[in-house]
Design a protein around this ligand. Sequence first.
Ligand SMILES: Nc1ncnc2c1ncn2[C@@H]1O[C@H](COP(=O)(O)OP(=O)(O)OP(=O)(O)O)[C@@H](O)[C@H]1O
Ligand SMILES: [Mg+2]
Length: 260
Amino acid sequence: MEAHSKPEGVAQRPLIVADGLVKTYRMGAEVVKALDGVSLTIAEGEFVAIMGPSGSGKSTMMNLIGALDVPTTGTLAIDGRDIGALDSDELADLRNRSIGFVFQQFNLLPRTTALRQVMLPMLYAHPKPENPEELARHRLEQVGLGDRLNHHPRQLSGGQQQRVAIARALVNNPKILLADEPTGALDSKTSDEIMRLFTTLNAGGITVVLVTHEPDIAEWASRRVLFKDGHIVEDVRHAHRGVADRGMVSAAQRGSEAAE
Ligand SMILES: Nc1ncnc2c1ncn2[C@@H]1O[C@H](COP(=O)(O)OP(=O)(O)OP(=O)(O)O)[C@@H](O)[C@H]1O
Ligand SMILES: [Mg+2]
């Protein structure tokens, strides 16, 4: 694990800068406005939770931040590059270099071992690393799966499958880790383990942006951005709940806080 590289309280470089983002989808004669003027700056090293009702534009926003899609109007700079100005090869390059993705349903290949899953993104990297197997093993050890290298997804628990997906997302050393409801398919204990892992990765310097429907999960982040009808309606920074103090908060205390 890299050293803690995030001095508290020091302004960090903006890594994600959205200005007046609009994303519309055309469905036959109908036009759906999935994002309707979103401006948001996320600095390097932040840990952001995106929340909001179903259909409010969260995944659309994640797809844009992930350079999977481009805005209809407005601008979005990722790591200093204006994604609206990039062609599809350049977008793919930005994704491979700067961004790791984690999804609710893990998106693992059913007949592939953990080690191979994590090696795969390196096959598309330029330049290709010389030692993909060793790097993949290192990442799996980092997420606590050093003893599950040759397991297939069906031989792993949900939490372990999500760890494989996280190791895969990390393997090209991205600056940004994007996770769209990463704990949506997991029980609460396993969810906490995954959030502890994200917290550790964030402490190592990686910027984390995750979507969640659960306030308890959002507490692990240090900033909460609330979407409604394609807009941001709330954006709050709050005390960072680190690994250590989280461990000391009892389930009862958490319950009473959640009820407030
Ligand atoms: N590819 C698409 N084509 C047409 N409409 C789309 C497409 N993707 C999203 N939409 C619409 O855009 C709006 C925002 O969708 P989005 O997936 O971003 O919501 P969300 O906040 O992620 O919701 P959920 O919490 O259910 O995942 C919705 O009204 C949705 O129907
Ligand atoms: Mg969604």
